[in-house]
Design a protein around this ligand. Structure first.
Ligand code: C5P
Length: 233
């Protein structure tokens, strides 16, 4: 029996202020190789053949989006002005806004706007590993460094064994209805997988690599620039 092909929708929360960058302009609009950081992120998602649509969640009244021309990214791209107070709120508001477009069984790939070095192979690895999965999962990398827990006063409390520890990245890929219900129940989460875990499920870990970094501090912007330049070469 042939199973129905579920669609894949990317949902990109881009409604944060990015205050840790120490800049006036939100980090998704900072310049990266001559264009807004967000454009790199959205281009990769829009170019992915398996992704049917790309929703970008902007803050309500975002003043910058409309000043730029995004038309070259094509018809897959849809802005939603429904950002919330936290990342989880922005994602949940986005999910509510696309109700009707997205069916319960369709896949949602939530990807941080602030990860502009996402590569096609990351998306391919995620989708090909998870397409038949019951739960869904996330891109992640095994922790390489020895980890220390601080005592809160600048000294080591203890060493945390790094076996079995992974660093979570995005995209995080779950079925529409499962993700929506999980986020409606668990609001205090910093990623989608945590909400799914709170529902008692075990998201799959799909190994990515550290080039898919999140731009958080000013140095990260230089690293992202280096990664993108060397990937193009
Ligand atoms: O601040 P942080 O780097 O953790 O943000 C991760 C992603 O979540 C960014 O793409 C940011 O724009 C987004 N975000 C959001 N709404 C918020 C806070 C963060 O869409 N209220």
């Amino acid at each position: 029996m042939q199973s129905k092909r579920h669609r894949h929708y990317a949902l990109v929360p881009a409604a944060g202020a990015g205050s840790r960058m120490g800049k006036e302009i939100p980090k998704q609009y900072l310049d990266l190789l001559g264009e807004p950081l967000l454009r790199h992120t959205l281009r990769t998602l829009c170019q992915a053949p398996m992704i049917d649509r790309v929703y970008v969640v902007l803050s309500v009244g975002d003043p910058i989006w409309n000043e730029r021309d995004w038309s070259d990214l094509g018809e897959k791209l849809h802005p939603l002005y429904v950002g919330g107070a936290t990342r989880a709120d922005s994602v949940l508001n986005g999910l509510r806004a696309i109700r009707g477009d997205a069916g319960d069984g369709d896949w949602i790939l939530v990807h941080d706007a602030a990860r502009p070095c996402l590569a096609q192979w990351h998306i391919d690895a995620l989708i090909s590993t998870l397409d038949d999965d019951e739960v869904g999962g996330i891109l992640a990398v095994p922790v390489a460094d020895t980890l220390k827990r601080s005592n809160g006063h600048g000294r080591v409390e203890k060493t945390v064994p790094r076996d079995s520890l992974w660093q979570a990245q995005t995209p995080q890929m779950f079925r529409y209805i499962m993700l929506r219900r999980a986020l409606e129940t668990a609001r205090e989460v910093t990623d989608e997988a945590s909400a799914i875990e709170a529902a008692g499920l075990h998201p799959r870990l799909v190994q990515g690599d550290t080039t898919n970094l999140k731009v958080t501090y000013p140095l990260d912007l230089h690293l992202a620039e280096w990664i993108l330049k060397n990937r193009e070469a």
